[in-house]
Design a protein around this ligand. Structure first.
Ligand SMILES: [Cu+2]
Length: 470
């Protein structure tokens, strides 16, 4: 297996004497050796050593695919294959992806680049790749059956086009999509502008990731591909909190985060402590007079958004999907809410019969973070993540943006937990508390009742079993 470092060394010497104008048999004969990456760590950016300089992106828990130049054409080689993805420490999934990982590596080019991508199929069924959002010849669009025959197992297809417009794109199969996207086949694509662009600001940090979701039963390894709604693992780049790396930036850096949604529902992405602007979509940069400040932006299915902000506030800032069920990890779904029910003696009896029996806590769900509860193999707790003050009680689509004065330019390493200045931290109050005065009147209503108010009624609400949706 060739490492990325080996490949980078070979860039420049691997280029060929093969003269090609369009896709040809000669091009196929000169297939670049595929580069593989099997770890789930965030690799440092791939700084270009030729051509127009740009500030490269960092793929969260991912990497950028090296290329080779061949007579002025950037050549990439993607290999579609089964992979093992560590979704978080303690949990592995058997997915499909590209070049050793799901998602596949990020492809990063410059506006105007002529790009040739070899796609080899090592899956047990046919596939194709669609280059989502790109301007390209129709025959390069990768819709199997419509614009090309499917790539059969063992075969390699070659796609070639000019990256005509700068922006944020992705790639994914357009063949048996339901299976192949449910199994994790997808990747990011970034095209940098070839010169200063009036609508694309220069930034110091440029991160990207895809939103994806899986339905993997606790204790098993392979996603259930028929699932349309009841996903139980909500991930970024096929990682779930606490397996998602933090986004580490320097105080006052301009930060861009590019996000694409390949799940089957929308995700309101929320950043703490800062306002951001949505500066672009998969359709391109947004005109400046059409932008407005946000702290949450919804990303619909199949959409991409790029957000930008000045990291002006030091600290460890939560960054997550605002759907609370998407910041949880795998759990059975048909569970009633048990708050207020004392089921300790029952639970003890059942645990004797079924060792993996889980009890929903009667005080709320926070007890679910305690590791004492027995879990099936290859399952991590529903809500977890140790922070400096205890459990973060999160899972799924959650991470932290770490803003630090001392972070060096271009340094993406984790600076550890934020050290709060004295007096700048919420603490327990020791003063005597007063009973709050409770309002008796019904003033403030536009139509107050004339008769005496009815006695207050308390409702016990519990979710019905077998509910659909989140
Ligand atoms: Cu979400």
């Amino acid at each position: 297996m060739k490492t990325r470092r080996d490949f980078i060394k070979s860039i420049g010497i691997a280029g060929g004497a093969v003269a090609v104008a369009a896709v040809s048999r000669a091009a196929l004969a000169a297939l670049p050796e595929p580069v593989l990456q099997t770890g789930a760590e965030t690799l440092p950016p791939l700084v270009p050593n030729s051509g127009h300089p740009y500030n490269p992106v960092v793929t969260l828990n991912g990497w950028t695919l090296p290329w080779r130049m061949n007579n002025g054409i950037k050549e990439f080689h993607l290999v579609a294959e089964p992979v093992v993805r560590e979704m978080a420490p303690g949990m592995k999934a058997h997915l499909w992806g590209y070049n050793g990982q799901s998602p596949g590596p990020t492809i990063e080019v410059v506006e105007g680049d002529r790009v040739r991508i070899f796609v080899s199929n090592k899956l047990p069924e046919h596939t194709s790749i669609h280059w989502h959002g790109q301007r390209l010849p129709n025959g390069m669009d990768g819709v199997s059956g419509l614009t090309q025959p499917a790539i059969q197992p063992g075969k390699t297809f070659v796609y070639e086009f000019v990256a005509r417009r700068p922006g944020t794109f992705m790639y994914h199969p357009h063949a048996d999509e339901m299976t192949q996207m449910a199994m994790g086949m997808m990747g990011f694509w970034v095209t940098h502008p070839k010169a200063r662009h009036p609508l694309i600001d220069e930034v110091q940090r440029d991160f990207c990731f895809l939103l994806n979701a899986y339905d993997i039963d606790p204790g098993s390894y392979t996603p259930k591909i028929m699932t349309m709604l009841e996903f139980n693992l909500w991930s970024w780049n096929s990682r779930i909190f606490p397996g998602i790396d933090s986004l580490n930036v320097r105080l006052n850096d301009k930060v861009r985060i590019r996000i694409g949604n390949l799940t089957m529902t929308n995700h309101p992405m929320h950043l703490h402590g800062h306002e951001f602007t949505v500066t672009g979509t998969d359709g391109g940069p947004i005109p400046k007079n059409a932008r407005w400040p946000e702290v949450t932006t919804d990303i619909a299915v199949g959409q991409m958004r790029q957000i930008e902000f000045i990291a002006a506030e030091e600290g460890d800032w939560a960054f997550h999907c605002h759907k609370s069920h998407h910041t949880m990890n795998a759990m059975g779904h048909n569970l009633p809410t048990m708050i207020g029910v004392d089921h300790r003696s029952v639970a003890r009896k059942i645990t004797n019969l079924i060792p993996d029996y889980m009890v929903m806590a009667e005080r709320g769900m926070a007890d679910m973070t305690e590791m004492a509860m027995p879990l099936p193999d290859n399952t991590i707790p529903m809500m977890t993540g140790e922070g400096p003050f205890g459990s973060v009680e999160m899972g799924g689509m959650f991470t932290v943006v770490k803003v630090r004065r001392e972070q060096k330019a271009g340094d993406y390493s984790n600076p550890g937990w934020y050290q709060h200045p004295p007096g700048m931290l919420a603490i327990e109050s020791n003063g005597a508390t007063q009973e709050p005065a409770r309002l008796q009147a019904e003033s403030g209503q536009s139509m107050p009742r004339k008769e005496k108010p009815a006695p207050e009624i308390e409702l016990q609400i519990r979710k019905p079993t077998g509910h659909v949706g989140h």
